[in-house]
Design a protein around this ligand. Structure first.
Ligand code: TRP
Ligand code: SF4
Length: 328
């Protein structure tokens, strides 16, 4: 038996993964694989909560994301990698938890309020969208993890999960430990237009992008907006390209660029070119592994199925405990 503490986290298959996803979650997960007993899953039912009107892309995104994961270094040898909809127990636990979850807990969920406001072009007044955190609670407590690594935006969902677990235990006896929030630092990295990196803003650099595409995207990045001409000195502190340099360029060169930018000793075109080269090099191992998995779709499929079978073993045991506790 593994003595490692268990953690679990998931991603919705709403598009291929970009640098923001890599730095904000995936790279962290890869690191955690040695220290923890890890469960990582693709939350495809959760994708339906907002994208129920156009489900065609979900299947493709699932495969893309699994390839992104494997390319970045998640491996079925260390972690249980699975797909939510292949473990039907999640649906059963969701149903049971929905019986004990007060609707006001869901209505005051900050993510819910925010999204209802933001995605005003979509009809999100559905039962499933309101119940999003209940399904997420089921995903989590099913595996009785010690903690859930998430970004700040997901912390309220883990809080609701803790409350739901507590309520379940109160009514039916101690079945579920309350999972900890393991906050992931979100790095300061923005999209090419200086907004938050997001597929829907068309400002993202994807893990699957070719070197040429990366070069082109970097060339189009917005820099210090005050620096209009090559002869104007720049301010690296407000420049997004410089934030990328801090992540992908050797520290002594970063210091050099800082100086040269402030004295107009380097132009943005050259500066971007240097950064793009380093970024392309940093992503090279990921690109290589991607090519391997892209050439082996049956292997990717098999990893998803075997991981889901493994996850289901644990899920079945939990559901046996749950049924015994609620006597239904
Ligand atoms: N809501 C998460 C997101 O949008 C995805 C998710 C679903 C999840 N179930 C989860 C994350 C359970 C952690 C644990 O990113
Ligand atoms: Fe940004 Fe580099 Fe241009 Fe300075 S030289 S503004 S750091 S891109």
């Amino acid at each position: 038996m593994s003595q490692k503490k268990r953690i679990l986290s998931g991603m919705r298959p709403t598009g291929p993964l970009h640098l923001g996803n890599l730095l904000g979650a995936l790279a962290n997960w890869v690191q955690m694989q040695d220290e923890y007993d890890c469960f990582f899953f693709i939350a495809d039912w959760h994708a339906l909560t907002s994208d129920y009107d156009d489900t065609d892309p979900i299947e493709g995104y699932k495969k893309e994301i699994m390839i992104d994961w494997l390319s970045a270094g998640l491996t079925p040898e260390k972690s249980t990698l699975f797909v939510q909809s292949l473990v039907k127990e999640h649906a059963e636990l969701f149903l049971i938890l929905s019986m004990i979850t007060p609707v006001p807990w869901l209505e005051r969920n900050p993510t819910y309020k925010e999204q209802i406001g933001q995605l005003s072009n979509k009809d999100l007044s559905t039962f499933g969208f309101l119940g999003y955190p209940v399904l997420q609670a089921a995903d989590i407590i099913m595996y009785k993890p010690y903690g859930v690594p998430v970004g700040v935006d997901q912390a309220p969902h883990v809080e609701i999960t803790r409350e739901i677990a507590r309520r379940f235990n109160y009514y039916y006896g101690n079945v579920f430990p309350e999972p900890e929030v393991i906050l992931t630092e979100t790095p300061k990295i923005l999209g090419t237009d200086r907004r938050k990196m997001s597929k829907s803003y068309d400002n993202a650099i994807f893990l699957s992008n070719s070197p040429d595409t990366i070069s082109n995207k970097v060339a189009g990045m917005i820099t210090d907006p005050q620096r209009a001409r090559r002869t104007d000195p720049g301010n690296p502190e407000v420049c997004n390209v410089f934030d990328f340099h801090k992540l992908y360029t050797a520290p002594d060169i970063v210091t050099e660029i800082d100086q040269q930018c402030r004295t107009a000793g380097i132009g943005c075109v050259e500066c971007k070119h240097k950064m793009a080269q380093n970024l392309i090099r940093a992503l090279e191992p990921i690109r290589e592994k991607r090519a391997y998995y892209e050439a082996r779709p049956e292997l990717v499929e098999q990893i998803m199925i075997e991981g889901s079978n493994k996850a289901r073993e644990t899920a079945k045991q939990t559901m046996a405990d749950v049924r015994a506790a609620i006597k239904v």
